[in-house]
Design a protein around this ligand. Sequence first.
Ligand SMILES: [Zn+2]
Length: 324
Amino acid sequence: MSSSDEQFAIGIDIGATKIASVLLSETGNVIRSSQLPTLVEEGKAAILDKVAEQILELAQQAPGALAGTGIGSPGKVDAARGVVYNAVNLGWEEVPLTEEIAGRIKRSLPIWVQKDANLSALGEQYFGAGRGLRDFVYLGIGSGLGAGLISDGRLITGSDWYAADVGHLSVDPEGSLCVCGGRGCAETIASGPGLVRATQQMLANSPTNTLLSNGVELTPTDILAAARQNDGLALKALTEVGRVLGIIMSACTVILNPSRIVVGGGLGLAGYDFIIPPARQELMRRTIPESRALLEILPSQVESPAIGAASLVWYMRSKETLKN
Ligand SMILES: [Zn+2]
């Protein structure tokens, strides 16, 4: 096959700290990739300019035809209209992302947008731990808890783009206040900040026999380092993260009957060996064997969220092919 037969996609993930970009071939080869600091404080227009510049730069590098661009954003993403709402970490209330980017790149190139966690699921489905699967769940544990659901090969987005918002399913309606205004949301425990909070609470209650101390500013990295040294309190806090994750896995399992749950995100990967055994145990306690007969739990395999964003191009194209 000559290089001109293969098509290429651009993927951009707009995160609160960095904008990751990739030029990807249909077979998943990374032709070019880059990362820029988002610098939220510089404002919306500066971020949009940066995204457009990345697209134009990568478009020039494409060794063959470009099929389109996929862009991932946090917040509520209306993928039909291309509008992002309430991306709190970016300081965006309502941004017509597709329109803003199309106006900046001034060339005919299809642009699709989607919620970041949904794109992580697509990335795993095309090029990672969900390859070839029709029914699987992606769970990302990082600054929050996000999910992407694939059922019968399709991404589930819901009636108002809020499907898979598992981070804000409360596991304790009397629990800690969440950023959303609710109480005891899963991500108040099953996330990086949640792990820190759980550890701090345990330290306040029983500060003995631990390497950790409440006096300094704790990070998930400190807690994981202590857990690797068999620190009882760190292990207990990570077990609590796993327990809550297991409740969410149970909800996903009874509704979707997935054959795989792929766990990613910074804490999901770095803490995998500590979090997954208690999560699995909780899943066993809460579900019947029939609903998880085929279920496997695996770590994510896609390295950059930009690859998930580029996968949106192949996904949208396959949907169009199905229609014709
Ligand atoms: Zn919440």
